[in-house]
Design a protein around this ligand. Structure first.
Ligand code: SAM
Length: 252
């Protein structure tokens, strides 16, 4: 993998499709993660009220700063690691061809936030499949439950590795998220989902019994109240099943 996931998009048609998917308006504020050489940045800037772009690489940051100041285009460029960046609570949209090495970490930082509306991200196809997987799918796991809790997700299109320089080893996909604006983060819910997927070959009965440290008959009562079969594996449970279980677990 390249340093900082630096596979630059070189296909202008794909760049236009990504930016278009964010339904930009002149009143929008946009936050772009990893502008790189600016293929998306240059398209976004004239279409919005305010664009902030956060780039970790000092040299790329300097080159972009020179380009935008020379062309008198207003973009707030910030030379920082997005994972350490303090996001203001101004209403915004996110657009990014995400650095693949930290893509999931960035998604986990953004999704629980309240004030954004739409996010359009390009990631490895395999990661996008995990984000949008449904119960029973091969790729269904913790991150799928996390994603479905916070957003409505739609896979838009695939992007061939030939559209980048250097070519990544894998195909990419573009995914669009709409924020459900969930007000509370259910920490216990995600602890439980993590626990369940760490023992995904075990039955949900065993998962509950070990997570709550209760005997199986008590765990079985919880499952009965939620109308769930005790012998199901965690990868068959939807976000709603997990939420129902947590409601019952909290009553213990
Ligand atoms: N947006 C450009 C494009 O589409 O060609 C670059 C995309 S490239 C896949 C990812 C970009 O994110 C690189 O410019 C890289 O330096 C930057 N980057 C990597 N990790 C970052 C981080 N933690 N915070 C901010 N930028 C990061």
């Amino acid at each position: 993998m390249t340093k900082h996931g630096q596979n630059f998009l070189i296909d202008n048609n794909i760049a236009t499709k990504i930016v278009k998917a964010a339904d930009l308006d002149l009143v929008d504020n946009v936050l772009e993660i990893g502008p790189g050489k600016g293929i998306l940045t240059k398209l976004i800037a004239p279409s919005v009220n305010f664009l902030t772009a956060i780039e970790i690489d000092k040299i790329l940051f300097q080159q972009l700063a020179n380009y935008f100041s020379f062309n008198k285009i207003t973009v707030e460029l910030i030379n920082q690691d997005f994972l350490k960046y303090n996001i203001s609570d101004i209403k915004c949209k996110f657009i990014s061809n995400l650095p693949y090495n930290v893509g999931t970490a960035i998604i986990q930082k953004i999704l629980p936030l309240q004030n954004w509306t739409i996010a359009v991200f390009m990631l490895q196809k395999e990661v996008v499949e995990r984000l949008v997987a449904k119960p029973g799918d091969k790729s269904y796991g913790y991150i799928s439950v996390f994603t479905s809790y916070y957003v409505d997700a739609e896979v838009l299109f695939d992007v061939s590795s030939k559209c980048f320089n250097p070519h990544p080893k894998v195909t990419s996909s573009v995914v669009k998220f709409k924020n459900k604006k969930i007000e509370t983060t259910e920490h216990v819910l995600f602890e439980f989902v993590k626990h369940a997927f760490s023992m995904k070959r075990k039955t949900i009965l065993n998962c509950i019994s070990s997570f709550c440290n209760i005997p199986k008959d008590k765990a079985s009562n919880i499952l009965n109240s939620c109308g769930l079969n005790a012998f199901l594996r965690p990868n068959k449970l939807s976000i709603f099943d997990f939420l129902n279980l947590i409601k019952e677990i909290k009553k213990l």
